[in-house]
Design a protein around this ligand. Structure first.
Ligand code: FMN
Length: 358
């Protein structure tokens, strides 16, 4: 079997985005230290910022700090907002009482916390002028897509089904990021209600998406070494995107309790739950996650209410270094994550993949 088509695809993709290798750092909200992106981009890969929790100024500051350290390429990423949540004070009370067994008392206003204003964040993305803007949880509004294109900014759309991939391409996405259900962090389903039902593994999703769209496809979810990258390229991807696999690199500045816990997390030790934010995401199946998903536990509040309600527990868990009470996102390949400088890791992963591809 010839590997040439895969390598040709990689070369076209890398040339288009100014990369020297087809390894992309995943955008990770709350885990996007500029130092990590700088290291990956300086090794020839793509840097990334998960800008969901960031105010416009912080987004611009992130881009400036990246540019101080690298003249490589980066992407800025936002979540497409959900409709406002339907609040249920009685249910929230049950969740608050439950959470008080895991951390401090939860004030009745904790669920009111909202993410930064999406429209203002979009303006910051345009002002930061990255090469790539990416989306998750849906599609950018048509008007914003036109403004991206007018500025020559490329749109990478994260999808988790073939239907979403088709919709993203029809809406103007330039590159499709196929997120398998192995992925760490939130699942990117456009319809939050479907997140647990439509659990598609990358091995099935990737070729199906490659067959369904004309745009280049990036593979993500459970890839953390050269074997995973090689497999993704053979299945039709133009590049591979890695999240959890970078979290133990020193430049990631991950909380040590989280970074250490990843080392012993087998695929079956992770779980998809709504226990942290109200949207489905894959984390280590900690004592809290197991308790919060037990039949007797109160159902979580919707996003982003649940995120506000769990903040006090997560903060006290972090202070005490107790990962069971922290939000320890992890993909199914968590144990492959290595303690290694991110630049070396990036280069080694690509060397290993090339050795496999021949
Ligand atoms: C800590 C963490 C935070 C994440 N935050 C985002 C985010 O803000 N936006 C996004 O598009 N994807 C986010 N993701 C998903 C990643 O972009 C990617 O799909 C995932 O990391 C791939 O799976 P892997 O972790 O097994 O490599 C996050 C993942 C992790 C682990």
């Amino acid at each position: 079997m010839t590997m040439q088509p895969a390598l040709d695809r990689v070369e076209r993709f890398c040339r288009r985005f100014g990369l020297r290798l087809p390894v992309l750092l995943a955008p990770m909200a709350g885990a996007s230290a500029p130092s990590l992106s700088i290291a990956v981009a300086n090794a020839g890969g793509l840097g990334a910022c998960g800008a969901l929790p960031m105010q416009p100024k912080a987004i611009l500051d992130w881009a400036a700090e990246f540019r101080d350290g690298s003249n490589g390429t980066f992407q800025l990423n936002l979540w497409i907002p959900d409709p406002p949540p339907v609040r249920d004070p009685k249910q929230e009370r049950l969740v608050r009482d439950f959470l008080a067994q895991w951390g401090p008392e939860v004030p009745s206003t904790a669920g009111d916390a909202t993410p930064p204003d999406f429209a203002a964040q979009c303006e910051a993305l345009l002002a930061a002028r990255p090469t790539i803007v990416s989306s998750i949880m849906g599609l950018y509004p048509r008007e914003f897509v036109s403004r991206l294109k007018a500025q020559g900014i490329v749109w990478f759309a994260n999808i988790s089904t073939v239907g979403e991939a088709r919709a993203a391409e029809a809406a103007g996405a330039d590159v499709i990021v196929a997120q398998g259900m192995e992925a760490g962090g939130h699942r990117g389903c456009f319809d939050a209600a479907q997140a647990e039902r439509q659990m598609i593994g990358l091995f099935a999703l990737l070729p199906a998406v490659v067959d369904a769209v004309r745009a280049p496809v990036v593979a993500t979810g459970g890839i953390a070494d050269g074997r995973g990258v090689a497999a993704a390229l053979l299945l039709g991807a133009s590049a591979a995107q890695i999240g959890t696999g970078y979290l133990r690199c020193p430049e990631a500045k991950t909380h040590p309790a989280w970074a250490d816990a990843l080392a012993t997390t087998l695929p079956e030790d992770t779980a998809v739950s709504r226990a942290f934010s109200g949207r489905a995401g894959r984390s280590i199946a900690t004592n809290y996650v197991r308790a919060a998903t037990a039949k007797t536990a109160p159902a979580p509040a919707p996003y982003p209410v649940q995120r506000g309600l769990t903040a006090a527990m997560r903060e006290s868990g972090g202070k005490e270094g107790d990962f069971h009470r922290m939000q320890v996102w992890a993909g199914q390949s968590a144990a492959l994550a290595r303690v290694e400088p991110a630049g070396e890791l990036t280069r080694r992963i690509w060397q290993d993949a090339q050795a496999i591809l021949g």
